[in-house]
Design a protein around this ligand. Structure first.
Ligand SMILES: *Cc1c(COP(=O)(O)O)cnc(C)c1O
Length: 618
């Protein structure tokens, strides 16, 4: 399938590379005539989207794998993501599209997104609904289905977001939506907010995703799907719809092996509290009598419906998202066999313009086949440094534009951006402010850039932002520190490419994988990180970056662990990182190059997609 075969304005079949052509965002379009070409040029985005959506909706019977996720981050301004889980899903679908794998994606379309973050001068977060226009991103599809919610039949409609692969293949991402006139006002709100509302709201959304998702696929003609991939437990109700589809005679029970054969489950969190659980009272209220609760208890947990357990029981292949996370998950669920496939990022998406140019020059084809980034080993140091200088200048200009002109391009800059969950320890570097001050004064100047959103209900997470604002004030004479509002994909790209070192200080073993450090590696930015998640695999001391603290969790209390980790962080900064940055430039750029060659070449979603194909789908 190729975009260039049809005139995107009139739909006529045309020869690629004919007389009338135009390029839009890397795709080349051909036209039957000059008037069509001119019409396209007036609004290329609209016509390119129309053409891609039409192509993506074609031939549903060719799709063999359905990938379900509560959130998907494909574009910064399409607000269907909150953080790492969604961006991973988006990056994964992009690699599937690049590799032309026969996949269809399923998620929800959130009319108000996650939220737009506003911060006052003390770091108090307020949330505003995200406003955005559907026309710019999605096109409606001609099907509706219903799902039972609290005894009502809620109508679900679908939109398509065409995920355009690098060689013109289009992967359909189906986005479900209940905001129809025909639904009661409160049912229209069910797809308004990502991770908003209470348990009942969340369960209703999971009914729409899991049960509504399978029904919608069928209604749209996706009848040859052989694998249903649940990206996290939110999608696990799809198993109930697959069981229901069996239509076995009453009393004969469910054919669990038949569903297991179809399902694949990826778990993303090593904390039991991170797994969705719903009381059976609530399940009964929301789902009504459509599901026999006593049978459900046997596969979803005795006391509560545990979505992780349901997914584990009905999948033939289960994986964690990094080696260490696979082991931790295996210990948590000893009765199941849990493999691991380490996460990645979509190389082209997360490589900044100056490094794209550099890779295009030295490693042609790298974005089609990111294993090629291994050959970064032979890119000359001056060119790497030059590409970094460009990326850094862009970041510093944006920081100064937003928050006042204090940051400098020539000073060592650390970046730290992630959800402000407590375990991510944004504040670890402030454990001993005097020591940080001393290092900045005596060893070398430090600039520090933060970003991140707190979930609206996460009070400890909200406090993290305020505490950082206090530290900014307290240290302002000696360390330049700033916080950039409203962390999103665009800001993530700017930060992971523009800083000198990417800092990551989660509490072990709670970081399942982490992906922002992989984005940094694609831009030659080394990590300074706790040995957890992906860094256990990506870290070679002094070669691809630096570790903080010991490899294992040990038996210290959390307060003691914080002190120990902070002490090691200060030691690494003052004896290794800063002296190398300020005094040993060649050694520094070698580390940048090894970050690309060893880590970007492996921690990408192309490698990951191929592993899912080999281990989970085939
Ligand atoms: C990459 C990214 C994340 C995930 O980063 P982690 O390192 O996994 O925490 C979250 N939010 C945004 C906006 C990102 O770009």
């Amino acid at each position: 399938m190729n975009l260039s075969r049809r005139d995107p304005v009139c739909g006529m079949t045309v020869q690629p590379g004919g007389m009338f052509t135009a390029d839009h965002e890397g795709t080349s379009f051909s036209f039957c005539s000059e008037p069509c070409r001119r019409t396209f040029a007036e609004n290329p985005r609209r016509f390119a989207l129309n053409a891609a959506a039409a192509l993506g909706a074609q031939d549903p019977m060719s799709r063999r794998i359905a990938y379900f996720s509560m959130e998907v981050g494909v574009e910064s301004k399409l607000p269907t993501y909150s953080g790492g889980l969604g961006i991973l899903a988006g990056d994964t679908l992009k690699s599937f599209a690049d590799l032309a794998l026969p996949v269809v994606g399923v998620s929800l379309l959130y009319s108000k997104g996650y939220f737009t973050q506003k911060l006052d001068e003390h770091g108090n977060q307020s949330e505003e609904p995200t406003t955005w226009s559907r026309d710019e991103f999605v096109r409606p599809l001609p099907a509706t289905v219903t799902v039972p919610i609290e005894g009502r039949s809620v109508i679900v409609q679908a939109w398509i977001y065409p995920v355009r692969g690098i060689k013109g293949h289009v992967l359909p991402l189906i986005l479900l939506d209940t905001s129809l006139e025909a639904n009661a006002p409160r049912d229209r709100e069910l797809t308004a907010s990502l991770y908003g509302g209470d348990e009942r709201y969340r369960l209703s959304q999971e009914v729409i995703l899991g049960i509504g998702g399978v029904r919608m696929l069928r209604a749209l003609g996706y009848k040859a799907v052989e694998r249903f991939h649940m990206n996290e437990g939110h999608a696990a109700l799809l198993t109930l719809e697959l069981l229901r589809e069996q239509r076995r005679p009453p009393g004969s029970g469910w054919d669990l092996p038949a569903v297991r054969e179809q399902c694949v489950f990826t778990t993303h969190t090593p904390v039991p509290a991170g797994h969705d659980q719903f009381s059976y009272g609530l399940v009964k209220e929301v789902l009504g009598d459509s599901i026999p609760i006593d049978e459900l208890q046997q596969i979803g947990g005795e006391d509560k419906l545990n979505m992780t357990l349901l997914a584990l029981n009905l999948s033939h292949y289960v994986n964690g998202v990094a080696k260490r996370h696979g082991e931790v998950s295996q210990e948590m669920f000893p009765g199941y066999s849990i493999d691991s496939i380490t996460n990645g990022v979509h190389s082209l998406t997360w490589t900044c313009d100056s490094f794209r140019k550099l890779f295009n020059k030295h490693i042609p084809g790298w974005s089609k086949d990111p294993f090629g980034l291994r050959y970064a080993i032979s890119i000359p140091n001056e060119e790497i440094w030059q590409a970094h200088t460009v990326a850094k200048a862009r970041l510093i200009a944006e920081v100064n534009r937003r928050n006042g002109p204090r940051f400098r391009e020539d000073l060592f800059t650390l970046g730290f951006a992630r959800r402000t969950a407590k375990y991510k320890r944004h504040d670890l570097i402030f454990e001993n402010p005097e020591e940080l001050r001393r290092i900045a004064r005596e060893v070398g100047p430090i600039q520090l850039i933060f970003a991140g959103k707190a979930h609206p209900h996460d009070n400890p997470g909200r406090d993290v932002i305020k505490a950082t604002f206090d530290a900014i004030r307290m240290l302002q004479e000696d360390v330049k520190i700033t916080w950039l509002e409203n962390y999103d994909m665009a800001l993530g790209r700017l930060l992971t490419s523009g800083v000198d070192v990417w800092l990551n200080t989660p509490l072990r073993p709670l970081e399942a994988s982490g992906t922002s450090g992989m984005k940094a590696a694609h831009n030659g930015v080394p990590s300074l990180s706790i040995l957890d998640g992906w860094w256990v695999e990506g870290h070679v001391e002094g070669v691809t970056g630096w570790s903080i603290g010991p490899a294992a969790a040990g038996s210290l209390t959390q307060a003691e662990v914080n002190i120990e980790d902070a002490r090691d962080l200060y030691l690494k900064l003052s004896t290794k990182v800063l002296p190398t940055f300020y005094k040993r430039q060649k050694e520094w750029v070698d580390i940048m190059r090894f970050s690309i060659a060893f880590n970007a070449s492996f921690f990408n979603t192309h490698r990951m997609a191929e592993q899912y194909a080999a281990n989970a789908y085939l």
